[in-house]
Write a protein that binds this ligand. Sequence first.
Ligand SMILES: CC(C)(COP(=O)(O)OP(=O)(O)OC[C@H]1O[C@@H](n2cnc3c(N)ncnc32)[C@H](O)[C@@H]1OP(=O)(O)O)[C@@H](O)C(=O)NCCC(=O)NCCS
Length: 191
Amino acid sequence: MQPVALRTARLVLDLPVEGDVARVAEYCTDPLFEAYLTTPWPYTEAHARGFLTEYVPGSWRSATELTWAIRSASGEPLMGVIGLRLPTREIGYWLGAEHRGSAYMTEALLAVCEWAFAELPGTETVTWRANAGNLASAMVARAAGFRSTTTPETTVPGRDGADLDGWSGERGATPDPGAYESWVPLLGGAV
Ligand SMILES: CC(C)(COP(=O)(O)OP(=O)(O)OC[C@H]1O[C@@H](n2cnc3c(N)ncnc32)[C@H](O)[C@@H]1OP(=O)(O)O)[C@@H](O)C(=O)NCCC(=O)NCCS
């Protein structure tokens, strides 16, 4: 599959490239990544280079994972990454610490969902999983219209392959009016 670029009001989502190595290496050394992601730890520039020059283009080619750089404009430095795994349509995302708190990820997630429902054949739901307790990730999913599907049995894979307690969610193309309420057991009722 050929990489696809997406635009939103504030963002450009395009192919992460080798020129993003330093940013990816810097952002992926955030302690939150050790706790909440399965990216290598400790994370080095060699990991970033392998991710950008092999994993990302290879998984676009094989259509196994579609990964976008999140930028403020075409050619601007990478602020974060969002990826859609196929065939599960499971979304994953992160932002460099200095770019959080501006709802960029909600904007990026809405754009990827909109594109997948319109352009990616066979997309009926997009799914989301996170480690239990990852409030920021869950709030992004909730803001983008996902419904929580979390049960006591929900797990996520840990870095060593063990199953960890997880949260899960999903959304379809049509907004689900009950989606927001479904998060109350995890996030409470706060807006
Ligand atoms: C998940 C992530 C992309 C969210 O970034 P963001 O959109 O900029 O998120 P914000 O910092 O704006 O926070 C989103 C919401 O969570 C809330 N939040 C953030 N951290 C929080 C915390 N520790 N406790 C409670 N609420 C928190 C914010 O107040 C915000 O709420 P709002 O939507 O009601 O305003 C970012 O936190 C990140 O990259 N985390 C590390 C990687 C990761 O965990 N990725 C997800 C893996 S599933």
